[in-house]
Ligand binder design. Structure first.
Ligand code: AQP
Length: 334
């Protein structure tokens, strides 16, 4: 489809304010592929409605997420940046892929089990079939790599199974993609319950550092982060999950290795260390926040990027969908 060029696809749900987990686990890695890959990065608003959203908030966050993509360094001239619901091929292919996905496979998805426990009053079919929509997102663009955090690897594995199953019946339809994880930061943990992933929908704002938190808030949140009763800055995720998480975050934002970080804070106690993590995080996020405010203020520019991105994405998505329909035996009269 892209004359030998490999393809990277990924997305983020506009289901809350984005966290440093979303940034370090996913968005920062999106950029890694901008140079050599054809890249599609999408605001996955259709995924977001698997959980109830307030429409005005969803709309606002869709603009914000696009502005944040750009603020994180994704240039719309090099990357196709768009909103999922503006390319109807995603939903259409998802239906088809539902017919190639097994009930048992979807029942095993950890995120479905977690989210249905958290939203027991709204275990809707969309929450259950979320992974087939994600498979459609990925497969529409003949994707080679999907930069994600570790929590999404199971969904990419299922996407591979669906692609392989479809290809076995209808050869040479889809490229089989693989998940790619950042070397460091693939799973950033909650600051108040470090055994749990940091999540944008966490009800406790102190558990989460948002990309757009101001400097004082960032430093305060790290000061209050749960650690342990020792005072040694040592990386041991099972034994010391809180401190290990802070070491990971510090290492991601400063570029220092885990060992360098341990050496730097040897004998200095948690107070000093937490302050340094807060300052490093705030320093790294400051330029992103400045650019974000500029982009968000220019609504006309964001809308024109949305239109351009959707048009570009549609060209590729349409091709794949037409091929799939033909293989399935759907009549297409032009
Ligand atoms: N804590 C995390 N550490 C590393 N990566 C993370 N990601 C999310 N949290 C972390 C990665 O961010 C990308 C976008 O995530 P998403 O919007 O699809 O939703 P999610 O995976 O369900 O992330 P959240 O923040 O926990 O959202 P909610 O609370 O709405 O469910 C993905 O690549 C994800 O791996």
């Amino acid at each position: 489809m892209f004359k030998g060029q490999k393809v990277s696809f990924s997305g983020v749900q506009p289901s809350g304010n984005l966290t440093i987990g979303n940034y370090l686990g996913a968005i920062r890695n999106f950029k890694e592929y901008s140079e050599q890959y054809k890249t599609f990065y999408c605001v996955v608003d259709e995924h977001a409605i698997t959980v109830r959203q307030v429409p005005a908030d969803l709309r606002r966050r869709t603009y914000e997420t696009l502005a944040l993509y750009m603020a994180c360094g994704l240039d719309p001239e090099r990357n196709t940046l768009y909103v999922q619901s503006m390319v109807h091929e995603h939903a259409e292919l998802a239906w088809i892929l539902n017919c190639f996905t097994m009930f048992g496979e979807l029942s095993r998805m950890t995120q479905f089990k977690d989210k249905s426990a958290r939203h027991a009053d709204n275990i809707n079919a969309g929450l259950f079939t979320y992974p087939t929509l994600m498979a459609a997102d990925i497969l529409l663009y003949q994707t080679d790599v999907v930069p994600v955090g570790v929590d999404q690897v199971q969904h990419v594995e299922l996407c591979r199974d669906i692609a392989n199953r479809f290809n076995q019946i209808h050869p040479d339809t889809f490229t089989v993609p693989e998940a790619v994880l950042p070397k460091n930061g693939k799973k950033i943990m909650s600051l108040s319950e470090p055994e749990k992933k940091m999540s944008k929908s966490d009800e406790n704002p102190n558990a989460v550092v948002y990309i757009l938190d101001d400097r004082d808030t960032i430093i305060r949140k790290f000061k209050r982060a749960v650690t342990d009763s020792e005072s040694e800055v040592r990386f041991a995720p099972d034994e010391k999950p809180g401190v290990s998480n802070l070491i990971t975050i510090y290492s991601c934002f400063t570029g220092k290795t885990i060992e360098e970080t341990e050496r730097e804070f040897a004998g200095r106690g948690y107070g000093d260390f937490k302050l340094a993590v807060g300052e490093a995080t705030a320093d790294a996020l400051a330029p992103v926040q400045t650019r974000y405010r500029e982009f968000l203020a220019d609504r006309a520019m964001l809308e024109s990027q949305m239109k351009k991105g959707a048009m570009e994405a549609t060209c590729y998505a349409r091709d794949t969908l037409a091929r799939v329909k033909k293989k399935l035996g759907f009549v297409q009269v032009r």
